[in-house]
Design a protein around this ligand. Structure first.
Ligand code: PLP
Length: 401
């Protein structure tokens, strides 16, 4: 087993290290406090209270009412549940608007629904990963059941203008869901003042454990559950609660609320220093989505003349963890659907690596990464037929650098 002490972990969009304070709060619910929260005696009701507290902590982070939160098993479940619910109310409304750059938890689900009789419009993006709001307005039809668009892209960090999108959907009287898995805990959110109907999140992206998430359902939105059984989560998600993980999610939300301002500044400074160093040291490197509003922790960089799977292997030998596109696609030879949707060349998509920073990265991690990565890229280029000197950045690369 490789211990995290030996790693330079630059893959915080894939998952994050559990915060020690979160782990501490979670453990008693795997040991001493094993009562069922639905049981009537005090041994059970104290567990119910711990769940209620987690709900309050998360509601505080999101600026919403605790009753608007439903705990789920992950971000994927939350995404699926919001979309599926919207399709249940009006049998004639079987049209979904989404985008070509969504995480597979939305994209694949929509593709599957399309095979089963729904119509899906996947909006395209420009070279910087931005969506066109006029195109969104035009895509919404009387038959549209829901618009589902991500808040921040997991590969590039590009942010969609979610509040404007929510406003458009409200004016058009169509439900709006956002996959906010990459932004919750990272940017301030106040749902009380927004027109968002549904929002998905996942604890392991903000220093909580894997296998627990939540779906925000605004008070004004109708919802029909996908998982039916006992009346847990106020009848909106059946199944005995994953108590320890829910408690942990609550604590992770509390920690995020405490750290958000300081962390944003510190991590942004780290990411910016990293990007500047890489652009300075490596020829033919370009930031994907550089001109778009971007999440402060994410850096998607294309290196001309390399193949990202080979780069990942070599970086792994140097104990640097990063990814080629999203973690879910590692092992696949297909290039990123996000970078392809941004109309980047095949070469540019093939040479893309995603680095994502987080709470536990240190300046020492950064210094080492800035030393090792240029050497690895140089080595890869020397190994391939093209040498560093004859790697000519393409026009698109030069334009975006
Ligand atoms: N949505 C986005 C944008 C993600 O980045 C991820 C995870 O990578 C998910 C959804 C899926 O979340 P989970 O792993 O909790 O199912």
């Amino acid at each position: 087993m490789i211990s995290d002490e030996e790693l330079i972990y630059l893959d915080n969009n894939a998952t994050t290290q559990i915060d020690p304070a979160v782990l501490e709060e979670m453990l008693p619910f795997l040991q001493k406090f094993y009562g069922n929260p639905s049981s009537g005696y005090r041994f059970g009701s104290q567990v119910r209270q711990a769940i209620d507290r987690a709900r309050e902590r998360l509601a505080n982070l999101l600026g919403c009412d605790p009753s608007e939160i439903v705990f789920t098993s992950c971000g994927t479940e939350s995404n699926n549940a919001a979309i599926d619910s919207a399709l249940q109310f009006e049998p004639r409304n079987k049209h979904i608007v989404s985008s070509a750059v969504e995480h597979s938890a939305v994209r694949r689900h929509c593709e599957d629904l399309a095979k089963r009789g729904c119509e899906v419009t996947f909006l395209g993006v420009d070279q910087d990963g931005n969506i066109d709001l006029a195109e969104l307005q035009n895509a919404i039809q009387p038959r549209t059941a829901i618009v589902s668009l991500m808040w921040a892209n997991n590969e590039t960090g590009v942010l969609f203008p979610i509040e404007k999108i929510a406003q458009i959907c409200r004016e058009k009287r169509v439900l709006f869901h956002t996959d906010a898995v990459q932004v919750v805990g990272k940017i301030p959110i106040c749902l009380r003042q927004s027109s968002i109907n549904f929002l998905s999140l996942s604890a392991h992206k903000f220093h909580g454990p894997k296998g627990v998430g939540a779906l925000y359902i605004s008070k004004k939105s109708r919802f029909r559950p996908s998982i039916i059984g006992g009346g847990q989560e106020n009848g909106r998600r059946a199944g005995t609660e994953n108590v320890a993980s829910i408690v942990a999610l609550g604590k992770a939300a509390e920690r995020a609320a405490e750290c958000i301002t300081e962390e944003q500044e510190r991590v942004r400074a780290m990411r910016d220093r990293f990007e500047n160093a890489i652009l300075e040291k490596v020829n033919g490197a370009a930031i994907n989505g550089a001109r778009a509003p971007r999440l402060f922790n994410t850096s998607s960089i294309s290196f001309a003349g390399i193949d990202s799977p080979a780069a990942l292997m070599l970086l792994d030998r140097h104990r640097i963890c990063c990814s080629a596109g999203s973690a879910c696609r590692t092992g696949s030879t297909e290039s990123s659907h996000v970078l392809r949707a941004m109309q980047l060349s095949d070469e540019r998509a093939r040479g893309a690596l995603r680095f994502s920073f987080g709470r536990f990265n240190t300046p020492a991690d950064l210094d080492q990464a800035c030393e090792i990565i240029p050497q690895v890229i140089e080595k890869l280029r020397a190994l391939s037929s093209s040498s560093p000197t004859n790697v000519q950045p393409q026009p698109a690369l030069q334009m975006l650098t």
